[in-house]
Design a protein around this ligand. Structure first.
Ligand SMILES: [Zn+2]
Length: 120
């Protein structure tokens, strides 16, 4: 039997304390969303950066000097040039999605991350 795109629904619960619905992705739930893509930057000015994914976003350098976060998808070419900062991203199988070479070009959206644009 063919596996269709029908996946387990996420669990949506009303969170009175927050006054909003909270969506908990259930197991097997995959929603391609740009906000979930790895985000890379080239603070060190490398001419090329090896990454472990083919679809991602580039922000150029660290905030507040980052360029508009542009969605880049290598498709079959295994490399892509960012139109904003001219960084050449090269797909390298074996790297994890949060690994880059040279290292530390993966943006970890934590504490200092700017507010997500999806928030109302
Ligand atoms: Zn860029």
């Amino acid at each position: 039997m063919l596996q269709t795109s029908r996946l387990t629904e996420p669990i949506v619960t009303w969170e009175p304390e927050l006054g909003q619905f909270v969506v908990e992705p259930s197991e097997g739930w995959h929603q391609p969303s740009p906000s979930r893509l790895p985000l890379f930057f080239n603070e060190i000015g490398a001419s090329r950066i090896a990454i472990g994914v083919t679809a991602f976003e580039c922000m150029g350098v660290l905030p507040p000097h980052d360029h508009p976060h542009v969605y880049l998808n290598m498709t079959e070419q295994a490399e892509i040039l960012c139109p904003y900062c001219s960084t050449l991203y090269v797909y390298k199988p074996g790297l994890r999605r949060d690994q880059t070479a040279p290292g530390d070009c993966f943006w970890r959206q934590q504490a200092t991350a700017p507010a997500a644009t999806v928030d109302a």
